[in-house]
Design a protein around this ligand. Sequence first.
Ligand SMILES: [Zn+2]
Length: 261
Amino acid sequence: MRPGSGLAVECGQTGRVIRTHAAIVLKAVPYAEGGAVVSFVSEHGERLTGVAKGVKKPTSKWVAAFEPMSMVRVSFFGKEQAELKRVTRCELAFSPLTLGHLESSLVMACLADLFDRVAREGIEDDRLYRLLSACGRALKADPDNALGILAYAEHWLLHCMGLLPHPRACGRCGNEAAPLALLSPDEGWCCLTCTPVDPAEALPPGSREYLRRLRAGGAEVAPKGDPADAAQRAVTALLRARLLQELGGRLRSYEVLWRTV
Ligand SMILES: [Zn+2]
């Protein structure tokens, strides 16, 4: 942890500073008089929040800068240890938004929701920033694979949270070749050789291979969502349920996504 990283400029003798960060916008929650409380994940992977005051004539640039997943340079003004600092500038550097692509926009809201819960104030984990920025760039390049990119992000978030064992070997018997049967909270991925399960409840054939594909490449080559791929469907549902359980249950952004796609 490095408290208050980012470029700082002292302002007079009051202990107030302006600190500028490269960051990704997570959520903007409306606040008094047309303003918003905006959360970000900094390039060091720390959650930051600030109040963006309502501006008299909001420019499209100012508004676009607070869209979820916008990559920005944001400046905060306030005392170093103050509860809530003020956002004084927010310049859009890159937007993953593809206008008119609903599925991609809804997935961006889900990703912002997830990272808003996983990133922590005062705790840096730069893997979070790298993962979210990679997903943003992948969404811009291939918005049609939004659901594949969401599944990719969920997998790596679980990994970052220390909740996803490596699928190389069975966590119970060490077998590296047998098909996977299930994910156990205590022993990780367990194989069919040592773990007898009802075939109807076992993970479908190909689950280990799908996990390997997720691990092998970056977000830009995230496996395409394929409804006919039973292994992909089962693993995605399993990891998603695990992640949402860890984050305290249902997320509104997910409910909107499932109502729509
Ligand atoms: Zn085994």
